[in-house]
Design a protein around this ligand. Structure first.
Ligand code: SF4
Ligand code: SF4
Length: 96
């Protein structure tokens, strides 16, 4: 898992993300404990979704988002309120 995280961090270092203080993706985490397969966790290419066993809750980091839209479509409980970042914020792919 650590190696996987390191590999993702190395790839993320090749893109530029202008971070916004305002979240462009909001997850209704109350629904997540009842989600049977939690597909957002393996599907997100930036590993922005993780499950915290100690608190039995989803941990989500919108700031590392690559704006692929996968989580928006894959969530079976429609728990993800998804939009693109505001103008001037978000990922830029031409910097790497
Ligand atoms: S797929 Fe949706 S409901 Fe399931 S854990 Fe992820 S955000 Fe929560
Ligand atoms: S849009 Fe893509 S990169 Fe962003 S959080 Fe969802 S799955 Fe991850």
């Amino acid at each position: 898992m650590k190696k996987h995280r390191e590999a993702i961090e190395a790839k993320l270092a090749k893109v530029k993300i202008e971070k916004d203080k305002e979240a462009h993706i909001v997850v209704n985490k109350e629904l997540c404990p009842d989600c049977p397969t939690k597909p957002c966790i393996p599907a997100c290419p930036a590993a922005n979704y993780e499950w915290e066993e100690s608190t039995n809750e989803l941990v989500f980091n919108y700031e590392g988002c690559l704006e692929c839209g996968t989580c928006r479509f894959i969530c079976p409980l429609d728990a993800i309120d998804w939009s693109y970042p505001r103008g001037g914020f978000g990922v830029r792919y031409l910097w790497g």
